[in-house]
Design a protein around this ligand. Structure first.
Ligand SMILES: Nc1ncnc2c1ncn2[C@@H]1O[C@H](COP(=O)(O)OP(=O)(O)OP(=O)(O)O)[C@@H](O)[C@H]1O
Length: 277
């Protein structure tokens, strides 16, 4: 695919402020296997913010997250984290990743799983130091009492909490989360969302969350970006001006319901291939 084909593509109408951004994507397009996957993404994630990406299946949300993590390189444009290329930011332990599957090591207990990435990143730490850090992180995610449990003794939600603890143990500036609660039942999902909000407010991390849930996106985020399909591009951005701290009772408020309707309408439009914003 020719780059000028990408350039000729539609641009997002809104102005993106990059000056206070911790994560910044400027004019990002990505071609994989000769297909335009992402087109002209302009995105700014302010430091300390909670941002969600939502859009139809296959629109490129995970791919965009991989670009932010430095796991893929854009064909056109640039991505930066605190002014650094993501690969460099990852090397400096500035990026924590959480996926839909917890992927814990089955032969290690919760506390050793929580400190596992840290043990690789910092070989100078003693076993006691790693354990202490793992325990601290387990307490942060509400699993302080489960340190010695093996993964098979933990529920799906508990395993995801360990995965979040494992990412946080590196003390990253940025937490990139790809459908972290997608495999959980609705009630566990609600409680995980609430825990994530608490963790976010206590740690001040910058969080980017990929989700399919409209309610989750509105409940948790300050900003929601809607991606359209074929090619993946940002079609709409919505600020969620609801006050924090937020709890689940918020979901019954008229303003929350209004935002759900607004976001659902945006999402419906984003399902149209090549739909303009
Ligand atoms: N390595 C690759 N080579 C070619 N195409 C790819 C590659 N990785 C992803 N794609 C394509 O990129 C598009 C976006 O995929 P991606 O997984 O980012 O979508 P998504 O929005 O996260 O989907 P879902 O919500 O279903 O998880 C899809 O059409 C996918 O087939």
């Amino acid at each position: 695919m020719r780059i000028d084909t990408i350039r000729a593509a539609e641009t997002r109408p809104t102005t993106v402020r990059h000056d206070d951004a911790l994560i910044s994507a400027k004019g990002v397009s990505l071609v994989l296997s000769r297909q335009l996957i992402l087109q002209n993404i302009d995105l700014s994630v302010p430091k300390g913010s909670f941002v969600s990406l939502i859009g139809p299946s296959g629109c490129g949300k995970s791919t965009l997250l991989k670009l932010m993590a430095g796991l893929l390189q854009p064909t056109e444009g640039s991505v930066s984290i605190a002014g650094l290329p993501p690969v460099e930011a990852a090397r400096k332990r500035m990026i924590g990743l959480v996926f839909q599957e917890a992927n814990l090591l089955p032969w290690k207990n919760a506390v050793d799983n929580a400190s596992m990435l840290l043990s690789i990143a910092d070989r100078s730490l003693s076993r006691a130091e790693l354990r202490a850090r793992g325990q601290e992180m387990l307490e942060l995610v509400g699993l302080g009492d489960s340190a010695h449990k093996q993964p098979h003794e933990l529920s799906g939600g508990m395993r995801q909490r360990v995965a979040i603890a494992r990412a946080l143990a590196l003390d990253p500036a940025v937490l990139l989360m790809d459908e972290p609660f997608g495999a959980l039942d609705a009630i566990t999902r609600d409680s995980m969302g609430q825990s994530l909000l608490d963790i976010w407010q206590r740690t001040g991390k910058t969080i980017v969350l990929v989700t399919h849930s409209i309610d989750e996106a509105i409940h948790l985020s300050r900003h929601v970006h809607v991606l359209g399909i074929k090619p993946g591009r940002i079609t709409e951005s919505l600020d969620i001006d609801l006050p924090y701290p937020r709890d689940l009772s918020l979901t019954e408020e008229p303003e929350f319901v209004r935002l759900v309707v607004q976001l659902r309408t945006m999402l419906r439009e984003s399902h149209q291939p090549g739909a303009s914003s």
